[in-house]
Write a protein of this length. Sequence first.
Length: 318
Amino acid sequence: MNDTSSGGIDRLEDVYPCPAGHFCTAGSFNNFTNAFEKGFFSDLTQQETSITKNKCPAGFGCFENGIADPFDSKYECTKGFYCPEGSVSITANQCPAGSYCLSGTSVPDYCPEGTYRDVPGAVNVTSCYNCPPGDYCGVGETSTSGSGDCVATTYCAQDQTGRDTADSGVICPPGTCCLIGSSEPTACLETTYSPSGELECSNNIPGNCLPCPAGKICNEPTGTIAPADCPKHYYCELGQPAYPCDQGTNPKIGFYSNSTGLSSSDECIPCDRGYYCQNGQLIGPCAAGFYCSSQASSDQPALSPADFEVQGDNGLCP
């Protein structure tokens, strides 16, 4: 008979193969004594030493001893975290800013071009935000200000995707201009225009496009593309609004014009004899009891020297 006084095995049926996840040296009597430690596994049985263990596979966390099947779903790395080879936890490393981590991630995926992520723990690509308006974002961007400003002559809208370089914005359309870092085009200011777009606003002033040509008017509310002829009764100097002949930068009192395209008040003409003119127009005849010889600006011209000096040879009928 076998001697069982020392606790030895007395039947062959009590001898078992060393289970997976463990190793059994000579004389082992408990299969839990030599379990492979956390971060390792072995799917082989009857292992005699620990040298046969394998590191926990990437994307998984072997958080307990004696693991035989590390691909069991309970060992899969948690979303928002990543687990490199040999991890001892399913939340081994939080996904860093600028990236996202699906379940079972071993290496974080960068947020794609045109997006950013300024805080850690993103669980999928939709956790990456669209690049801030007016900016562009390279791959893996972490800053709320993006990678830099979009170049002048272009604009970068909030909903525009794929903004990965400074020149990846949308070209400013005709009738507008764009400063550096623009999120939308700015309509050309009155007295300026942009015929073909792709224009940088002058002097760092939003909407400051090309100066309106002399003899033209630029006053479209949505931004002028093609300047129109200066209207009759008015004159239009370079980069200036339209002024009646008797107003503006060089007023001609008692003058008018029925022509279009005037570039200077010098092109206006004196009011006709017997008539008076206001706002660049020939208004009507001089009032009874008064005479209007030239440049009259009222139907009842005054006789004071100051007014005479302006209004010419006009006054009360003698």
